[in-house]
Every structure is written in C-alpha cells, then in structure tokens.
Design a protein around this ligand. Structure first.
Ligand SMILES: NC(=O)c1ccc[n+]([C@@H]2O[C@H](COP(=O)([O-])OP(=O)(O)OC[C@H]3O[C@@H](n4cnc5c(N)ncnc54)[C@H](O)[C@@H]3O)[C@@H](O)[C@H]2O)c1
Length: 322
C-alpha cells in the first residue's frame, strides 16, 4: 500500500470542479504540498478558497499542455505524484472540436514524457465514461469497447490508449481511473459549459422552463464528487491498481427525466418542460460495472443520488448561485 503522507502532489486542473475537491482532500491527508496547475479556462479562484487557507498549497496559473511549464514546476516543487484532472468540458466539442480533442491528448503526452524522464514517480490519470460511448451491454465493465461520440470523448479515449500502452511497455507507475457522471458543489453553473444540474436549477429560478433533449430516457450513472475523490486517492494507495483502468460510478443508471423531476421537486416547480430535439452525439445509456473498483480499491459509493442531489442544490442555494 502506497502512503501519500509527506508526498508532494501536483494536480492538473486543480481549480476545476473535481480537481478542487481533490486538492482539499489531499490537504487533509497529510501530504507534503499540493501544487495546482490550472490555466483557468473553466477553473475558478472561488473553488480554491479552502485550499488557499493551507500554507502547503501552491497555485500556478499555467498551461499543463506545455512540457517546459510542467518540467520547471516539477523540478522546483520536487513532485512525487501527479493527478491529471485538466480537461475542457464535453460541450466545448460543439464549438471547437479540434481543441476539445487535443487538450486531453497533449496533456497526457506531456505527463508521460516527464514520467519517462523520472521528473516524478506516479501518475493517476483521469479518464471518462464518455470514452465508452453508448452502452453495448450494461452495466459496462472496463472491457467494454470504446466508441466515443464526441471529440472530447475521443480525446479522452486516445489519451487512455496512450497512457495505458506506456504503462504496459515501460512498466510505469500509472493507474487510470474512469469516473462516470459527477455532480456536486462547484460544478460550473455558467454559460454553455454548465453542468445540467446547476443549469436546470438556474433556469427554473430565472422563470425559464427546464430543457430536456430528446425523449429524456437517455441514462447516466451519477456519482457524487466526494465519492470520486475518495476513489482517486484509493487508486494511488492501492498499488494493485497500477497498469489498470478502473471505473468509478454508482452502478445504477438514472434517466434525464428522473433527474429533472428531482430538480423540479427540489425547486418546487410544477410547470412545463421545453422539449428539444435529441442530440445525435448524446450517449443513450451509461451504467458502470464497479466490481473492479470494489475488488482492487475496496471502493463503494457512500452518497445516494437523492442525498447527493439535495446536498448539491443546497450548496448552490447557500452560495446564491441558484
Ligand atoms: N465532471 C464529470 O462528470 C466527469 C466525468 C468523468 C470524467 N471526468 C474527468 O474528470 C476530470 C475533471 O473534470 P471536471 O468535471 O472537474 O472538469 P472542469 O472543467 O471543472 O475542470 C477541468 C479544469 O482543467 C483546467 N484546464 C483546462 N485546460 C487546461 C490546461 N491546458 N492546462 C491547465 N489546466 C487546464 C480548467 O480550467 C478546469 O479548471 C477531467 O479529466 C474529466 O474528463 C469528469
């Protein structure tokens, strides 16, 4: 079992939704220092308000794609472990498909080169369930074929192939974690890259109808962000995860109709929904098989969907974001 205490940890994308929760959890775990590298494409300083209370938290506003940037930070901060969380949200694929794809591949490429050179020791790489595409069978285990439906997902799948093959051929200290749909406090609530939960609650608050694409029977496997962060830390600690891809989900799928119903109920909304045409790139069904996470990491999600939705919407309300 690897001990994270006193290790110096770099988190790419640490000012984002999941990355900022990971920084907070690392700082509670007795690590040496937590170094966040984020270019603030979607990251926010507010997400780091807890982390910044710690003396051993260091922030670099910089681009994790660039070899020279990461190399100099790693040397200066004597980094042991990298958690790769940086990405540009899926919806960016619809505006700028090339960059939505490339950011995932470029950052993985840079991190692999640096690991190969010995600039740090262990990489915990974050994939996404989007790499699978629509379920060909359900629940989806890690052997399910990857058939991405967006450039974002193609970039995730391509990065995974690269990272996984390097881990095998060069016997590198790498684990790949594949989270399903995360939700919770700090998910982006603004503009076209907003998460569906805050975006829907915000529309209702502003007197607009919630939007549903297609028949609303498309499903996702929702996992509370705190559970994902626990899974990421376990992936470092449990060395049996090295060289493997491990799903992190709840093992249950929830339709978009059910999700919107829960949000409407919380917001006390009984009005109509705006029905839009289904997006062709929308994955139809996602549900995780989490047997491997249970066996290797001893992982089971602790927050139920109903509990998590309430905690999430309470947080947005307390922070006057909905
Ligand atoms: N949110 C989900 O439902 C979900 C599901 C599965 C996997 N994931 C994966 O988890 C990771 C974190 O996702 P998230 O939801 O927190 O996303 P996010 O957009 O909230 O965070 C990503 C962060 O990366 C930063 N970033 C983007 N490009 C960068 C660059 N070139 N250099 C440095 N920083 C850069 C952004 O500013 C942002 O702060 C990603 O790898 C994502 O693919 C997320």
């Amino acid at each position: 079992m690897a001990d994270i205490r006193n290790k110096n940890v770099l988190v790419t994308g640490g000012a984002g939704f999941i990355g900022s929760h990971l920084c907070d959890a690392l700082l509670q775990s007795g690590v040496g220092k937590v170094v966040c590298v984020d270019n603030f494409f979607l990251g926010k300083m507010e997400n780091l308000s807890e982390a910044q209370k710690h003396e051993n938290f260091i922030l670099y506003r910089d681009d994790a794609r660039h070899f020279g940037v990461l190399q100099s930070i790693m040397e200066r901060e004597c980094i042991d472990i990298v958690f790769n969380m940086a990405t540009i949200a899926l919806n960016y694929s619809f505006f700028n498909p090339f960059d939505a794809y490339m950011v995932n591949v470029s950052i993985a490429n840079t991190l692999l080169e640096l690991l190969k050179m010995g600039a740090y020791k262990t990489l915990i790489h974050t994939s996404s369930s989007e790499a699978y595409g629509t379920a060909q069978y359900s629940p989806m285990d890690e052997n399910h074929p990857t058939d991405p439906t967006t450039p974002y997902a193609a970039g995730k799948a391509a990065a995974d192939l690269m990272v996984h093959s390097f881990a095998k051929v060069l016997d590198m200290d790498i684990s790949i974690v594949r989270p399903f749909n995360n939700y919770g406090p700090r998910q982006n609530a603004e503009g076209p890259l907003a998460g569906i939960i805050p975006a829907t609650a915000k529309r209702i608050k502003n007197g607009e109808k919630p939007i549903i694409n297609g028949d609303g029977e498309q499903t996702r496997d929702f996992i509370f962000v705190g559970d994902t962060v626990r899974g990421l830390l376990l992936a470092y600690e449990k060395e049996e995860s090295r060289g493997k891809i491990i799903n992190l989900g709840s093992g249950k799928d929830i339709s978009m109709n059910s999700l919107l119903n829960l949000i409407c109920e919380y917001m006390g909304y009984r009005g109509e929904w705006e029905h839009r045409e289904g997006r062709t790139s929308d994955v139809r069904k996602l549900c995780a098989e989490i047997k491997r996470a249970r066996e290797i990491l001893g992982f089971d999600p602790q927050i139920s969907f109903e509990e998590g939705i309430k905690m999430t919407l309470d947080w947005y309300q307390e922070n006057c974001l909905i």
